[in-house]
Structure formats: C-alpha cells, structure tokens
Write a protein that binds this ligand. Sequence first.
Ligand code: NAI
Ligand code: AKG
Length: 528
Amino acid sequence: MAFKVLISDPLSEDGIQPLRAADNIEVDVQTSLSADELAEKIGEYDALLVRSQTKVTRDIISQAKKLKIIGRAGVGVDNIDLSAATEYGVIVVNAPDGNTNSAAEHTVAMLMSLARKIPQAYAALKNGKWDRKTHVGVELKGKTLGVIGMGRIGAEVAARAKGQRMNVIAYDPFLTKDRADKLGVDFGSVEDVIKVADFITVHTPLIKETKHLINKEAFAKMKDGVRIINCARGGIIDEDALYDAVKSGKVAGAALDVFEEEPATDHRLLELPEVIATPHLGASTVEAQENVAIDVSHDVVRYLTEGVARNPVNLPSVPKEVLNKIEPYFHLSEKLGTFLTYLATGVIEEINISYSGELTEMEVAPLTRNTIKGLLKRHLGDHVNDVNASYLAEKRGIQVNENKSSTPKGFTNLLKVEVKTKDVTRSIAGTLLNGLAPRIVQVDAYTVDVVPEGNLVVIKHNDRPGVIGKVGTMFAQKDINIGAMQVGRSDVGGEAIMILTVDKNLEEEEIEALKQIDEIEKLTAMEL
Ligand SMILES: NC(=O)C1=CN([C@@H]2O[C@H](COP(=O)(O)OP(=O)(O)OC[C@H]3O[C@@H](n4cnc5c(N)ncnc54)[C@H](O)[C@@H]3O)[C@@H](O)[C@H]2O)C=CC1
Ligand SMILES: O=C(O)CCC(=O)C(=O)O
C-alpha cells in the first residue's frame, strides 16, 4: 500500500520531485486548508510537509492516526508542537542548511536598506515625492555590527558584514575564542555586544531563553541611535519595547522580516517610518525553496521507506557511519526487549541495558531506544516507536540505565537486558554471531543458543530423564512441528530451561495440555 503525503504549504515543485518519483508514495498538495480542515483530513496521511504557515498543533497531531513524519521545509520548527509529536511517536525533520544563504543575504539586504532608507525613499518616489533630505542614511564602513546567535546564518551574516568593512562582535553560548578568531570577529556577552554595536542583528531560534532577549532593559543599555534587524523569529525582540525605543529616538531604525504574530498586516510597528519590513521573506528565493524542499522530501522518503532520517529534530541525529555500524543490532535489541515482556510479567520499574565487547565502542543510544520499544510495544501497541519509546518509559516512571562494560564475556559483542518489576528480576542476553546472526545466548542464569524469531515456547522444568521425550510426544500429538530445541540447566538434576522454536503460535488448549506434564513448572509461549 502506498504511503500518503500531504503538503499543506506552498513548496517548490522541483523540490518535491524525490517524493513524486518514489514508487510507493502518493503526494497530495492542498495549500489552503483551514486548521479544522487539516485536523479532519490528517488521519489519512503518513507524512505532512509544511513551511512556516501551517500550525501543526497538538490537536492536529492527536487526530493523525497514521502520521509517521512531519517535514519542515526550513529551519524553525516553532510552528510544530514538538512535545505532542514526540508523545504520539511522530518524527519531525527539518531542512537546516538549504536556506542559510538566502536568509543571510536577506539580512544583509535589510541591513543596507535600513542604513540607506531605501524602502522609505522608494515609497516616497512612487508617491511622486523627490525628497532627498528626509532619506539621508549612514555608512556601514567602520560601524560595529552586533550578531546575537552565531549559528549557520549568524556566521554568514558576519562574514558578509566584514565584506562591508564593518567590525563584528558576536555572542553565542557555543562561540569559542578559537572559532571567533577563525571567523575574524570579536566576541563577548550579550551585554558586551549590545553596548557597543551600531547595528544589532539576531539569529537565534525562538526558545524560552531567547523570548524577549531584546527587551526594555536591553534597549536601555544600547547606544543612542542603534539600528536593529530581526530576520530570525518574531518574539526574540519584545515588540512593545521596540516600539517605545523607536518612538523615543533611542533606536534610529529597525528592519523586521518576522513578527510575534504572523501574518502581521496591521501591526503598530509598521506605522513608524523608521521601521522597514518584509513579510517573512528570508527564505523566499527560488534556490532556497528548491533546496529545502529537496532536503525534506529526501528525508521523508528515507524515513517512510527505510526508517532513517538525516535531520531529525525530536530525536538525536545519528550519523550514517554510526547507523551502519549499529544497524545489525537493531533486530536483536528489539527482540530481546519483546522476549523479556513475556518473562517479566508485572509492572516494569527498571530496565538495565548493558553493552559489552565491541559494542562498547559504538554509539548505543539508538539501540537502547529500540530495546525499550521492544519492551513497551507488546502492551502499549504499535504506536510505540523510536521517537516516543524513551518518553513513554519516562512517563510511566520506568528507570532506564545504560552501561558499557569492557569485561570480556566470551563473546565479541554482548547485549544484556535486565528488567525489574516489583516481584521479579529477569534478564536475557544476546549476541550477533560473526557480527551478523542474532542469537539469544542467556536467559536468566541459563546459557542457551536461540534464534530470536518466530514462535518460541520457554519451558522451565526439573532436569529429569524423559522430560524432553514427553514434551516432544505432546507436540507430536498436537501436530505441532518443532523447528529447534535448546536445553540449558543450572545443575544436573536441578532446574532447567527448554526453549523450542515451533511452527505456529500455541492455542490456549495446547498450552494447558503441556502444563499437565509433571516436570513442567512454568510454560510461556511467545511470538517474536
Ligand atoms: N526569516 C526567515 O525566513 C528565516 C529565518 N530563520 C531563522 O533564523 C534563525 C537562525 O537559523 P540558523 O542560523 O539556521 O540556526 P542555527 O541553529 O544554525 O543557529 C542558531 C544559533 O543560535 C544560538 N543560540 C541559542 N540560544 C542563544 C542565546 N540565548 N543567545 C545567543 N545565541 C543563542 C545557537 O547556539 C546557534 O548557534 C532561526 O530562528 C531560524 O528559524 C532561518 C531561515 C529563514
Ligand atoms: O518557510 C519559510 O519561508 C520560512 C523559513 C524560516 O523561517 C525558517 O526556515 O526558519
């Protein structure tokens, strides 16, 4: 069955070719849906692609029964409820690189327009006024540009400002002296930056820490006649404080591409002649739109068909080389988790996952998520996936511990999972033989060799002569074929474990018949 993808904001047609070209993907473009219409329709789709216009709210996500991925053709994901997406197991991906250049160029265009009052002069001339006195500007050369947020766009803007022979001073929590030196910029705290800058441009995401980062107190510390640019996100600058600062003359001008509420057609800042603005056009170039649509389309195809995404936002990104290395363990880790759900009945309180041998050299977080997925899925259902497994465990108060031990355990790699409930502690360990073939090699204290696949029957019994025969006879009477049988014991004549691989899932009545065998203490039939 084909996957259905809904594109709800205008995206570059060339950019979405990877989606159109995929055999198993149907693309539906509907760019004028209201929130209610989207909520009503979303249930049909496996993927949703948006720019910044569509607000992907909790309400919409909660009605998206099949949704697996939300692709944001751009950087900022503040129009998507990320917690809701994580909770519902929907991965969110963005396209972080494709519009960097366009956003940086737009910022520079705003910087120059602000300095030379080009929009105001243009508007006056269009209205028949040849007014040269009102539109006297200032030069950039020798002035200081303060850049707050030196990520992809901030760094590009800084480089271009240097081309205009400006001095650049920047602040970013991750800006080291080394990197600042390489970029040829000075660096300091936010306060250092805003105190000395003639122009200030912000390039941070809108998050709790950056909301109203530029506020009344910040304006008070700035130079008189400072000019402000925001081509990042509305809300980083407090719009009321900006309005007052412009009105008072503290701020000589502001250039805004973004607003706290968009569309912002009726904003009081737009009434001020010192304020120039564009309607969120930073990424609106043919090139950027094609780039971001291509990037996000590829990620959607990749995720729907291979389960891997290159630019996940609500899941740590795992480099391809790392994924290639750990991929063979995915199947094993999930199966170990599922196996344990049959053994450890009761409410899980703690999960301990330990990695040894060559696994200690690998990035194992994705395997931990996958093991948790295996542990939760049987009871919570198919909506449990890599995206929400850790979240769901945490929400249920399950403590997850991950550790690596280089102590050799007789295997080149070993993945051991222990589960504690109020009453029991059960464990299982698995390995990849020759790095390829998954095997369960330990169940509690018993050494075994079982392929973690298909219908398994785990029988705890007393180690007496004839038990194996009785079990075999019973299966033969019920016409159930045994594909493989493994026996492990702690001591001769003590407790033992038998694991059978059978060709079908056992019926209740077959399980009851087996339980009649005296030596059988406990029997668990499972489907992996
Ligand atoms: N106007 C438009 O059309 C566009 C707007 N954007 C927006 O531009 C902004 C920057 O995008 P990118 O450079 O691609 O992101 P990025 O992730 O590469 O850079 C953001 C930087 O902000 C820094 N940062 C975080 N908190 C900070 C704080 N409290 N103070 C100072 N720096 C802080 C981060 O360390 C990071 O280096 C985002 O808000 C994005 O949504 C991006 C593209 C187009
Ligand atoms: O989709 C757009 O045009 C907006 C781009 C943007 O703001 C972003 O990528 O963060």
